[in-house]
Design a protein around this ligand. Structure first.
Ligand code: SF4
Length: 175
């Protein structure tokens, strides 16, 4: 049984969203980001001591109480700064059949070098990777803020030996 008493620091949640990944999703905004991209829309999530502390179990209970939600998105802040604490939650969600997506300001290639991040990557369906680059900002992109960011199909990426494979959503315009 995964350690669902793990403590997460979070900035907040959206219980039902249709703009943070495919389908109706629960969005968990993780607190703390060391990347500090110029032009970041959520600088209030940078301070790793900010936000509030919750257990994985409390988040799981909130997610599972809504029968309409079938997907969960880890956003931020930088979710992979708390990869170890997110892991039991991700394992439990996957075992219950949820679709899992995460955003990261790091690239896949950077994340796979860190063991705890790799364990979390093993469980994802979609990763949107890379920092926000203001010079490449576009409002026409779906689920990403700048053109350098990639929407990766993680099942295909793992099958390719961690060679990044774009998801079919990557080239779809916002609307
Ligand atoms: S990685 Fe995301 S949260 Fe962190 S500074 Fe960049 S845009 Fe903001």
């Amino acid at each position: 049984m995964p350690a669902l008493d793990q403590i997460l620091r979070i900035a907040g949640v959206i219980e039902e969203s249709i703009v943070d990944g495919p389908g109706l999703r629960f969005v968990l905004f993780v607190q703390g980001c060391p990347i500090h991209c110029p032009g970041c829309q959520n600088p209030q999530t940078w301070d790793s001591a900010g936000g509030k502390a919750v257990t994985c179990k409390a988040v799981l209970d909130k997610i599972t109480q809504d029968p309409l939600v079938h997907g969960v998105t880890f956003s931020g802040g930088e979710p992979f700064e708390q990869a170890q604490a997110l892991l039991p939650l991700a394992q439990e969600l996957k075992s219950r059949g949820y679709h899992l997506m995460a955003f990261s300001g790091h690239t896949l290639e950077q994340l796979i070098r860190r063991e705890e991040c790799r364990s979390l990557l093993e469980l994802l369906d979609i990763l949107v990777d890379g920092p926000f680059i203001e010079a490449q900002k576009s409002l026409d992109l779906r689920f990403r803020g700048s053109k350098n960011q990639r929407i990766l199909d993680m099942k295909a990426t793992r099958a390719a030996g961690w060679k990044p494979v774009l998801d079919e959503l990557h080239d779809r315009a916002e609307r």
